[in-house]
Ligand binder design. Sequence first.
Ligand SMILES: [Fe+2]
Length: 248
Amino acid sequence: MYTDIHSHVIWGVDDGAETKEETFRMLREAVADGIGTIICTPHITPGIYAFPEEKFQDNYSAANAWIKENDLPLKLYQGAEILFTDATPQMLRDKRIPSMAGSRYILVEFSPAEKMAVIMDALQQITATGYLPIIAHLERYSNIRTTDQVREIKERFQAMIQINARSLFRRQPLLRRRFFSGLFQEGLVDFIATDTHAAPGRESCMSKGMEALRRQFGAGTADAIERRPYGVILKNLSDKMIASFSNG
Ligand SMILES: [Fe+2]
């Protein structure tokens, strides 16, 4: 069973699902796609757009109730995909943004053309709050294109790296393919996730992405990634030090 750490499955809170029917369809599709755990990660843009937190809680609860009623083998957690803004560090300190499944990790994204120096500074600011970053769809950033850059990011900020499943089977320019190859060969990728939205072409595609990963980079690489989400994020939930951090 896969763990999908990036999903816009909860309706009415961002550009993902618009209606509960869409959410329910997406939940069924996730199960059919081999997913057993989803961290629901709506877009949050701190200080720029108000996040409808109450609606998220209500709709998240309704989705869970529906899963129970329909006896679906699926476990949901809360998270967010945070676009880094000037207001992000303070909102993290104030605990006004959901972390990933209550852990010490947050899922963060940047504008696709953001400068490397700006990204490094943002990561520094995030770690200073006590949270650790998971970088959403790393392949999207035009200024991160070498494995040396990625290694530096991981080492300096204890960051983890997420790549979209779709990017593994979609046609990619040669340079991007080489970059991917380096990332996987050097073991720099932590998560493959769907980044699923309700719109056609953005549906759940975890198994297709994992198949492509297996084909291109070998079963060992795919297996290591498949095991990782449970090992890292969810384990943090029971980590004493992390628990005291979240409560404090
Ligand atoms: Fe996303």
